[in-house]
Design a protein around this ligand. Structure first.
Ligand code: 5RP
Length: 230
């Protein structure tokens, strides 16, 4: 099966966690887009939910799909959030932020009773940081100084850019620094160390926030949760 089929398999499976009346956190990325499209079908068939999008892009998809939207101010407790990830380790900790939406994604995950992650099997790693640089959102003011301080944590850093070598700008009007570590052996401590640096808004390490990971693989769906990992 092609990668896209595996993403669809996982993305669509996740709607099984959604019930009538729920407030649902709507993640960002190409895998969770399959969830959003499926949810759109279910909403048109009568499912009653309210969604809180994690990005401007996801808000646009939800509106196309006629999924009713709300805000964290109106609904501070989210029943379930479905989102993607860039890497998932054996403790079901994550690197997120490939799409640049990590700040809103982390706020939504933190305020959710249940967080379900949808990925294809290429995202499962033994140790975080092996394949994917860690995205860190920083304010524009003083960003070169913030970068220098981050480099002391032993990583190589690139300012994320879009076509034409312009800096990528997040939905919160900030920059993203992609931090390449050889591997991240102590993600809990690294998350604290990075967020202690002035100028850092948030980093893409999601530690102990996830209840279940739905993995699309060649053999079908595999589910990882706290009980299944050792
Ligand atoms: C966006 C994210 C995405 O969920 C992550 O990058 C995975 O995206 P995709 O499913 O397209 O690979 O964290 O900030």
């Amino acid at each position: 099966m092609e990668r896209e089929e595996l993403k669809k398999l996982a993305g669509e499976k996740a709607v099984e966690h959604i019930e009538d009346g729920m407030v649902v956190g709507l993640g960002t990325g190409s895998t969770v887009e399959y969830t959003l499209r499926k949810l759109g079908e279910l909403v048109r068939d009568g499912l009653k939910i309210k969604g809180i999008p994690t990005s401007v892009h996801t808000k646009k998809i939800a509106q196309e799909e006629k999924i009713p939207l709300t805000t964290l101010e109106e609904n501070p407790v989210i029943d379930v959030t479905i989102d993607g990830a860039d890497e998932v380790d054996s403790d079901i900790n994550l690197i997120k932020g490939g799409g640049g939406a990590l700040v809103r994604e982390k706020i939504i995950a933190f305020n959710s009773k249940k967080v379900i992650i949808v990925i294809d099997d290429s995202k499962v790693v033994k140790c975080l940081g092996i394949d994917f640089p860690l995205p860190v959102e920083v304010v524009k003011f003083g960003w070169t100084s913030t970068k220098k301080t981050l480099e002391k944590l032993d990583c190589n850093i690139e300012l994320r850019q879009v076509m034409g070598n312009e800096p990528f700008i997040t939905d919160n009007s900030n920059y993203i620094l992609d931090c390449e570590f050889e591997r991240i052996l102590e993600p809990e401590q690294l998350e604290i160390d990075i967020n202690n640096i002035p100028g850092v808004v948030e980093n893409g390490l999601f530690i102990d926030l996830v209840n279940e990971v739905i993995v699309g693989g060649k053999q079908g769906i595999l589910t990882l949760d706290k009980e299944s990992v050792v």
